[in-house]
Design a protein around this ligand. Structure first.
Ligand code: B1M
Length: 208
């Protein structure tokens, strides 16, 4: 199989092509991790570079992510059944009081495309829900998004509650979103900050 073909389908957002390609690969017993790493991650890497360079915009990223997800949905059960190690487990969500999820979804999709296992808790996630997910899923990374200046303090609150539950040492924490900064991440005691999806993939890779 030519993995570059799949990578290009992701880049172009050709989700039907990606499904057909992946079904053929599965029928040919191609290693699903090769499909992820050489096809999907390669495609999303390219999207990340183009996004960072300002060559593409949100619609292109979203259609690429849709193609990546369509293929990933087919290979993921095979990877999980084979017990193959993914790059790490990430629990992600938008903090309590905040319903913005477009950026968070982009970050989640790019992390998934880069080979991380992602548990998305959605929006308006209370500190207690983040903590429950850390207890139950035992992720390597907890990723919190906020888009409102009024909800940014919920990141600090979640970190405080994580400490109180004696779980802070068990998980790395990355935060992001338009009103968030590296300085705030340091102030809150988070381990990392990312300004966009491509950087989030880089930071997650460094933290895990
Ligand atoms: Co809202 N909203 N909104 N809104 N909204 C903003 C954020 C705002 C800046 C608009 C404005 O006034 N200029 C403003 C916030 C002001 C502030 O607090 N500083 C605002 C407001 C005030 C509100 C309401 C309060 C409006 C009202 O009802 N009076 C309300 C709040 C609702 C709530 O959450 N409780 C509200 C509601 C909404 C909609 C529901 C209508 C809709 C959200 C739909 C949805 O998400 N499903 C919406 C939208 C769409 C926006 C804008 C227009 C666009 C946000 C967006 O999706 N950007 C926004 C103005 C703007 O940004 N121009 C605005 C695209 C997205 C790809 O970028 O989310 O920044 P972004 O994500 C980036 C990075 O930030 C980063 O990577 C992403 C990809 O590059 N990133 C992370 C994000 N999370 C990350 C996590 C990471 C790492 C990186 O690691 C964990």
């Amino acid at each position: 199989m030519n993995f570059d073909e799949l990578a290009q389908m992701v880049v172009k957002g050709d989700h039907l092509g990606a499904i057909t390609w992946t079904e053929a690969a599965i029928a040919d017993d191609v290693d699903p991790m090769l499909v992820i790493n050489n096809g999907l991650v390669a495609g999303m890497d390219e999207i990340g570079k183009r996004w960072k360079a300002g060559e593409i915009h949100i619609p292109e990223v979203l259609v690429a992510a849709r193609a990546m997800k369509a293929s990933m949905a087919l290979v993921r059960p095979l990877v999980l059944a084979a017990g193959t190690e993914l790059r790490g487990k990430v629990v992600i969500g938008t903090v309590q009081g905040d319903l913005h999820d477009i950026g968070k979804n982009l970050v989640a999709m790019m992390l998934e495309g880069a080979g991380f296992e992602v548990f998305d808790l959605g929006t308006d996630v209370a500190p207690a829900a983040f903590i429950k997910a850390v207890e139950e899923e035992k992720p390597d990374l907890l990723a919190m998004s906020a888009l409102l200046t009024t909800t940014v303090p919920m990141m600090q609150e979640t970190l405080n509650q994580l400490k109180d539950a004696e779980l802070r040492q068990t998980v790395r924490v990355m935060i992001g979103g338009a009103p968030v900064s590296d300085g705030l991440a340091k102030q809150f005691g988070a381990d990392g900050y990312a300004a966009d999806g491509a950087t989030a993939v880089e930071v997650a890779g460094q933290l895990i």
